[in-house]
Write a protein that binds this ligand. Structure first.
Ligand code: AMP
Length: 422
């Protein structure tokens, strides 16, 4: 087992880790730090709470401590990008804790506040710049920051950046980085857009995945599927919400637009609800979460990535108003209930069009989710759960076989004829 002592880390860092009373590296740290401190690119699949901040902060601090690169005014040496102000602040605090025995100059850059102090700090030269995309681009455009000197680039919570609409900003920022640099890329999930971005950004990366095994996280949650028509979804949701069993529920929709629309509809039928998704400002999202946490509303309508990391006790129900497109999101979604050994219920609405998604989820979690109302569609089980066989393709196969048999018969006849002529 790797210990911090056995890693070739800059000694003042080891001292800081002792001060923190960290006994040993977490799995993401054990896998990321060794390749990162020798300069390799890393693609890490990990969620918040796994210790991923130290997984990149320690290699950065190690580099700064050992190589002592000289930062110049407005030209930071390392850059960490985070989607939200809260995360950026947390990251900055971590750098401070791990770098407490070193002299590190850091700047924290995010929007929603005056830029004066941020600009002043940057003008003195910084070793570590921690930034959210919008403000960073703003300051670059105003020539307060030049990224031409970056040696190490970290992208944290890349999937959340995608969900929050930061991709165009991010692509502009990435295009300004020097070719020769080290990149460390972290994301809780790897949808195809994120994989494409990683492929563009990373050079021959070490791939690390510490996503918890799915079967563990769904334990203790009662899961069912409800067969619905698209037009019945609201009525079905209403039925659950008014059943008297729901204390607090998170309802997932596929799109931000869907989340807003559903929140309005719920308000209209007398269910106080609030929405959380990537189009909302950080303050609005925090406000929505507070309302839900303090039970001012009993329903939180959410999209996938915006809901990640929500850890609110007492969520009795998770309702998948729309099936998740990415099967792994199902596990993240239903994991919002049944926390800390409480009981939880997860109901997924499934229309005819969403059966493919259900099949993918069942394959991932390795179990069939019981159907609440099999009578609603007697063909459901047969068509959803049996291997997909379309009659059309069967017919195509048959006729192809027939054609082949015919051809074989023909060629046999021809060769027999040849033989008799010969
Ligand atoms: P993170 O995923 O980076 O937000 O870290 C989650 C929490 O784990 C933070 O409170 C860290 O201080 C803590 N932590 C990180 N690494 C370790 C470690 N090796 N041992 C104990 N705690 C840690």
């Amino acid at each position: 087992m790797i210990t911090f002592e056995s890693l070739d880390l800059f000694p003042p860092l080891k001292r800081a880790l002792k001060d923190q009373d960290y006994q040993r590296p977490t799995p993401i740290q054990a896998k990321t730090i060794p390749p990162a401190i020798v300069g390799q690119d890393v693609l890490g699949c990990a969620q918040t709470g796994t210790g991923k901040t130290a997984a990149y902060a320690l290699p950065i601090l190690d580099y700064l401590g050992k190589e002592k690169p000289r930062s110049k005014a407005k030209r930071p040496v390392t850059l960490v990008m985070a989607p939200t102000r809260e995360l950026a602040i947390q990251i900055s605090e971590s750098f401070r804790r791990y770098g407490k025995h070193m002299r590190i100059r850091q700047a924290l850059v995010y929007g929603g506040v005056a830029q004066k102090d941020q600009v002043r700090t940057l003008s003195r030269g910084v070793d570590v710049l921690i930034a959210t995309p919008g403000r960073l681009l703003d300051l670059i455009n105003q020539r307060h920051i030049d990224l031409g000197r970056i040696d190490i680039f970290v992208l944290d919570e890349a999937d959340r950046m995608l969900d929050m609409g930061f991709m165009p900003d991010l692509e502009k920022i990435i295009s300004m980085l020097p070719e020769e640099r080290q990149s460390l890329f972290f994301s809780a999930t790897l949808p195809s857009k994120i994989r494409q971005l990683a492929a563009k950004l990373l050079f021959n990366p070490v791939s690390i995945d510490v996503t918890p095994k799915t079967s563990i996280s769904v334990k203790g949650i009662e899961q069912t599927v409800k067969i619905v028509e698209r037009s019945d979804k609201l009525a079905s949701l209403q039925e659950i919400l008014f059943s008297g069993t729901v204390d607090r529920a998170i309802v997932f929709t596929r799109t931000k637009h869907g989340a807003n629309g559903l929140t309005k509809k719920l308000d209209r039928i007398g269910v106080p609800a609030t929405a959380i998704h990537g189009n909302k400002t950080q303050n609005a999202r925090q406000k929505a979460l507070d309302l839900f946490r303090r039970k001012r509303v009993s329903v939180l309508v959410a999209t996938d990535v915006a809901a990640r990391g929500i850890d609110i006790a007492g969520v009795t129900h998770v309702i998948n108003y729309d099936m998740p497109v990415d099967p792994e999101s199902y596990v993240h979604r239903i994991g919002r209930t049944g926390r800390a050994g409480e009981k939880g219920t997860a109901v997924s609405f499934c229309t005819t069009e969403e059966r493919g998604e259900l099949r993918a989820i069942e394959k991932l979690i390795g179990q069939k989710i019981p159907v609440e109302n099999p009578e609603a569609d007697p063909s459901f089980d047969r068509e959803t759960r049996s291997p997909k066989k379309s009659r059309h393709s069967n017919r195509a196969k048959q006729s192809f076989q027939e054609r082949r048999a015919k051809r074989q018969r023909k060629s046999k006849k021809a060769s027999r004829r040849k033989a008799t002529v010969g």
